[in-house]
Design a protein. Structure first.
Length: 243
C-alpha cells in the first residue's frame, strides 16, 4: 500500500460513514447523532486539537457539539462579537473558509483572537457547511490548534469537501426528522378527529342535538373548563356509560 493510500484510507472511511447518515429510512440518524458523527470524523481531516460545530438557527449561533468545552468558550466569543472564522465561514460569500495561524497577533479579529489565545487556542480554521439556501449557510466546522501554525498543513480543498459532505448528511437528517414530525402530527390529527366524532355522536344520541349543535356544545364546554377539545372529547368517550 503506498503512502497516499495510507493517508486517504481512514479519511475515505469517514466519508463513507457520513454517507450512511443520509438514509431517511427507518433507523436513519437524527440531527444530533449526525452532528456527533461529523465531529468525530473531522479529526481525520485535520488532526486538530479541538473541534466544534457552529449551528445557525433563526440568525442565532450555538455550539451543539464539541470535542472539548474550551471550544464552546472560544466559539461564544465569536458569537458575542460577531467576528471570527466561524462567523465569516457561515455568513460571508465565497468558499466559506476562514483561517488564522496565529490568533494572538491576528489583526482581523481583535476581540476574538486574543480571547482564544488566552484560552490556549492559537490557530484556527473554519469551513462553512453547505448547501446554501437563499440566506446564509447552516453553520460551520471549527478546527482549533493549541500551537501557532498547528493547522498550516491542512489541505483546504479536502476540508471544504468534507464540510459539504457533512452538510448534506445533516440536511438529510433534518428532512427525516421533519417527515417524522409531520407523520406524528398527522396521526394525532386523525386521532383527534376520530375521538371528537365519537363525542359528537354521544351528544347527538343522548341529548338529541344536531351534528353542529353537538360540536358547538363541545367547543363551549372546552372553553368554559379551559380544557383542550380533544381531551374533553376523550373523557366524554371514555365515560359515556355515566351520562
Amino acid at each position: 500500500m503506498d503512502s497516499d493510500q495510507e493517508v486517504l484510507g481512514p479519511l475515505a472511511e469517514e466519508f463513507v460513514s457520513l454517507g450512511e447518515a443520509l438514509s431517511v429510512t427507518e433507523g436513519g440518524l437524527g440531527v444530533g447523532e449526525v452532528l456527533e458523527r461529523v465531529v468525530r470524523a473531522a479529526r481525520a481531516v485535520a488532526g486538530a486539537d479541538v473541534i466544534s460545530v457552529t449551528w445557525r438557527n433563526d440568525g442565532e449561533f450555538t455550539t451543539p457539539v464539541e470535542t472539548d468545552p474550551i471550544a464552546s468558550k472560544a466559539d461564544a466569543v465569536q458569537y458575542e462579537h460577531r467576528e471570527g472564522p466561524c462567523v465569516e465561514a457561515t455568513l460571508d460569500e465565497g468558499l466559506g473558509y476562514a483561517a488564522s495561524s496565529d490568533l494572538r497577533h491576528d489583526t482581523r479579529w481583535t476581540r476574538f483572537g486574543p480571547a482564544a489565545a488566552d484560552l490556549g487556542l492559537h490557530a484556527v480554521f473554519a469551513t462553512g457547511m453547505f448547501p446554501r439556501d437563499a440566506g446564509a449557510r447552516m453553520g460551520a466546522l471549527n478546527y482549533y490548534s493549541r500551537t501557532p501554525g498547528g493547522l498550516d498543513h491542512v489541505d483546504k480543498d479536502v476540508a471544504l469537501v468534507f464540510a459539504t459532505h457533512a452538510a448534506v448528511a445533516l440536511r438529510g437528517a433534518q428532512v427525516m426528522e421533519a417527515a417524522e414530525l409531520r407523520a406524528t402530527q398527522l396521526t394525532e390529527a386523525v386521532r383527534s378527529r376520530d375521538v371528537i366524532g365519537q363525542a359528537k355522536g354521544i351528544l347527538m344520541e343522548r341529548r338529541g342535538l344536531s351534528a353542529d349543535g353537538a360540536f358547538d356544545t363541545l367547543r363551549r364546554t372546552s372553553q368554559d373548563l379551559n380544557v383542550k377539545l380533544r381531551d374533553l372529547a376523550q373523557t366524554l368517550a371514555e365515560r359515556r356509560a355515566e351520562l
